[in-house]
Design a binder for this molecule. Structure first.
Ligand code: ZN
Length: 222
């Protein structure tokens, strides 16, 4: 199969990356998934990712990135550090320095191995979380660097880059995956699937977007 029809999705089993998975399935003939295991707060994240991959019948690569936790223990990887919202304009304590730099680099090395030209990631600048390596300019810059490093012409796609959470729900709906994403994915920092715990920052962001989209969908259907 032509390299141009093959893609790797950076996949965590959450709302964003699952929406990216369905986006990729529509665009490319062959899609594989890569999940990074860095001793996430909840190993359930890995289980959910595995389950969705199996359910969709896709090859799933789980790469051990536990060294990340060794370098930068923080609220996403350590049970004993509380997840907090960022102070205005600050970087939240869920930030793992260099995470997307490493994840996208490893995803692209994997793409090279499986002869895929395309890499898809759900990073997003709109609900700007304060993570510098989620910015559009960063992924574009890294794309150039990775191509130079391997003398290749990989394309890193960021379908959610300019969407807010409501628009991400809308995209899932357009891809016929609204209920699937709503019920099967895990976004919650406290490890509660679907609608989540309702308390943590990830749940609040997800729910706010969902509420906005449901109102809009209602209006469109009237
Ligand atoms: Zn939650």
């Amino acid at each position: 199969m032509e390299k141009n029809n093959r893609a790797v999705v950076v996949f965590s089993g959450g709302q964003d990356s699952t929406t990216c998975l369905f986006w990729a399935l529509e665009k490319f003939e062959h899609v594989e998934l890569v999940t990074f295991n860095y001793n996430q707060r909840h190993s359930l994240e890995i289980e959910v990712a595995k389950e969705i991959a199996g359910d969709q019948g896709l090859s799933h690569h789980i790469l051990d990135m536990s060294l990340l936790n060794q370098l930068a223990p923080n609220a996403l990887t350590r049970e004993d550090i509380e997840v907090e919202n960022a102070e205005d304009g600050g970087i939240p304590n869920t930030f793992v320095p260099g995470r997307n730099l490493l994840f996208l680099s490893f995803a692209t090395i994997l793409a090279k191995q499986i002869d895929a030209k395309h890499i898809i990631t759900g990073v997003c600048e709109t609900d700007f979380s304060g993570y510098p390596d989620c910015r559009d300019i960063f992924t574009k810059s890294l794309n150039v660097t990775l191509n130079l490093s391997m003398d290749e012409d990989f394309v890193i796609h960021t379908p959610l880059m300019w969407l807010d959470k409501a628009e991400t729900w809308e995209l899932a709906d357009e891809l016929q995956a609204f209920d699937y994403v709503r019920e099967r994915t895990l976004t919650c920092y406290n490890g509660v699937r679907g609608a989540g715990c309702g308390e943590c920052p990830a749940c609040q962001l997800r729910q706010r977007g969902l509420d906005q989209y449901l109102v809009r969908r209602q209006e469109m259907n009237q």
